[in-house]
Design a protein around this ligand. Structure first.
Ligand code: NCD
Ligand code: ZN
Length: 344
């Protein structure tokens, strides 16, 4: 049995770092294990221009601990008013790595998202031409669609038409949670998907059976066990179209443990230990590196990291919470103690 596993330093292709005091509290957690992260733009107000992305990147860099080895990669929040020229210029200057499409109202801070897909056609066409990737929050927001069906309906009614109308556009289906999503990625070109840590661990029973557990509530909501198995199969298959995007999304406990609690699981601190455990349980420990460290960089056309991360077979308690000025943020509890820990 392997007791030490050294892999290429991982990247997190979907991360929420927030701003201000929360940014200061959570940025070191990601910087400890990850070389790069694609930072989501859903601040209040959102990061919609290249200039705002550049200023946000400066704030992130200022919040990192001395001697860190972490590069924030920026994304822009796509709105119906986004100027294609600004997107192209920000990309060509190396300020942004991708553009994020939130259907209006789909998730936390998505009120300025897109309502009418036709209005973003010129931006999408410019992106396809320039090779700028589009990250997609893949859920419809129609109140008449059941929350557990929103991803599958989005793929059929919004994602597929969007991709057909913009040939060559490179798309990442973010935090895929369904077999429909996995199958769609497998069946098409120019599309990949991120998979979160928590969706590989929990199904909807963990949220609702035997008491409601707000810390397991995130969007897209975790689905049936058969769907979790489909995600596990995709993540551990070695297929380069699937890679890690933790979607680590900190909310203070007081905002989670409320009559209308926020969506988001905070997994930056223990993702790598949990993933090593889960991959080993699935008999796929040798494919962990591809999922966490190689496939995403390849899809984004970036070099793989030169640094490494070492995991040691040793159970260790991870901190249960991170302290912030707004009170504690609870770290995702996988429901087991991982057999692995990251060598610090
Ligand atoms: C994210 C957040 O809190 O910003 N929440 C979540 O449940 N994943 C937003 C998102 O990625 O949907
Ligand atoms: Zn997210």
């Amino acid at each position: 049995m392997t007791d030490r596993l050294t892999i290429t330093r991982p990247d997190d292709w979907h991360l929420h770092l927030r701003d201000g005091a929360m940014l200061a509290a959570v940025a070191p957690e990601s910087a400890r294990h990850f070389a790069r992260a694609l930072v989501m733009p859903n601040l209040v107000p959102p990061v919609v221009t290249g200039a705002q992305a550049s200023a946000y990147r400066d704030r992130i860099l200022a919040a990192l601990p001395a001697g860190h080895d972490f590069t924030p990669l920026m994304s822009l929040y796509l709105t119906e008013a986004t100027d294609p020229a600004d997107v192209v210029s920000a990309y060509n200057q190396g300020i942004i790595t991708a553009v994020k499409l939130y259907p209006a109202g789909a998730t936390t801070n998505s009120a300025s998202g897109v309502r009418d897909m036709d209005r973003i056609r010129p931006v999408l066409e410019a992106m396809a031409e320039q090779g700028i990737p589009l990250c997609v929050h893949g859920e419809v927001t129609d109140a008449s669609v059941d929350i557990f069906d929103r991803e599958a309906v989005f793929i059929e009614t919004a994602l597929d038409p969007l991709r057909r109308a913009t040939p060559g556009l490179r798309v990442i289906l973010e935090h895929v949670t369904t077999s429909e999503g996995v199958d769609y990625v497998r069946a098409n070109d120019n599309i990949a998907a991120t998979i979160t840590t928590h969706h590989l661990v929990i199904n909807r029973n963990h949220i609702l059976a035997g008491g409601i557990r707000p810390h397991y509530y995130c969007l897209p909501v975790a689905k049936r066990e058969t769907q979790r198995q489909a995600l596990l199969d995709a993540a551990t298959s070695g297929d380069p179209r699937f890679f890690l995007g933790t979607d680590s999304a900190p909310h203070p406990d007081k905002a989670k443990l409320a009559p209308c609690g926020c969506a988001g699981c905070f997994t930056a601190s223990n993702s790598m230990a949990i993933l090593a455990h889960v991959f080993e349980q699935t008999g796929a420990l040798e494919r962990l590196e591809g999922f966490t460290s190689l496939h995403g960089a390849a899809f984004y056309g970036m070099a793989r990291n030169t640094g490494t991360l070492t995991l040691i077979r040793e159970s260790a308690d991870t901190p249960r919470q991170i302290d912030t000025i707004d009170g504690p943020v609870t770290v995702f509890d996988p429901g087991f103690t991982p057999d692995w820990r990251v060598a610090e």
